[in-house]
Write a protein that binds this ligand. Sequence first.
Ligand SMILES: *Cc1c(COP(=O)(O)O)cnc(C)c1O
Length: 379
Amino acid sequence: MINEKLADEDVTLRPTVVEVDLSRISANLAAIRSRAKGKKVMCILKANAYGHGLIKIAQHLESLGADYFGVAYLEEGIMLRRDGITTPILVMGGIIGNQIPHFIEYDLTITASSVDKLQQIEATAQEMNKKARVHLKIDTGMERIGMHYYSAERLIEAASIVSDVQIEGIFSHFANADEVDQSYTEMQMKRFKKVLQLLPKYNLDIPLIHIANSGGLLQISSEQYSMVRAGLLLYGVYPAAHLRKKIEVKPALSWKTRVVFFKVVKPGHPVSYGSTWQSDEMIRVVTLPVGYGDGYMRSMSNKAMVIINGQKYHNVGNICMDQLMINIKWGTAYNGDAVILIGEQAGNMISVEDLAEWAGTIPYEILTNINTRVPRVYK
Ligand SMILES: *Cc1c(COP(=O)(O)O)cnc(C)c1O
């Protein structure tokens, strides 16, 4: 990884950077906390903290007193622990048996998604003479991982007889929380509630109960149980346009580069691989040192816009691995001029949502695709 070999001061040698405004993360967390009305907030840090940089974001959130962290994979949890993060961490993804000792060693909370997994965790904890901490995962309609709501009683019964596993939490996950139509979400809530009603029968008192992701937090104003899991919203991006009004968050990430080449292109001289675009008049074209190898997705070719000197301009020709071309028509731009790929300049803005639309995807994929070869700088 290039980033680790470059000293901090060398990072600016690359004109393409992701800039993260930590004060916006703080403000977003505050907005989420107030929406969650005193319930705990699990800050989701998977996929390099949605592209914002795992360790820096974790350190910042820990300094703000985050209640819990959530990651997808064991490795992400281990990275956090090796960097000295002490906040509780739930690994939300499915597990494989030989990973269990590492969870216990690094004090990571394990997702138990079946009776079999729970028993494996118990056996490993006994062998290691340590306690494991677990959240039970109930599938209420996502069909990804978890014990189906209609057979969840078996998992709950198994959870009531373990001795070396602390059942700290129980959770489920919404499949359609960002939709306008909330009937599926409501059905999932009902299924989850029925499962929770089984707990007293087995004398289980589970302190952390959670189901809402960003969409769920915005859609549902009651019934947030004891914790919400906030990912996208923490980074200041809304899961869907119709959810914008519910609380105010602001994007923490901007993506910037600089002009590295300027030229005039004659009519009938196509630009880039595949010759997908040409002008019918003389125009000025600049080249930027960023491409799909950085996560600036090729599917945005001939659609994406950037801001140069306060003006929005179109990408022309196919986006290359490391470079792309911008038609500035008869505008001016010099080598070294700042270019905004995501962010604001002079009252103009390009959002993560804009890129998602050009690429035909969702904001999550835009953020998590920004490659680690793009240096992250923090302010
Ligand atoms: C990613 C994830 C979240 C966070 O989702 P957002 O929509 O980004 O808030 C919450 N829970 C689980 C299980 C996840 O995988």
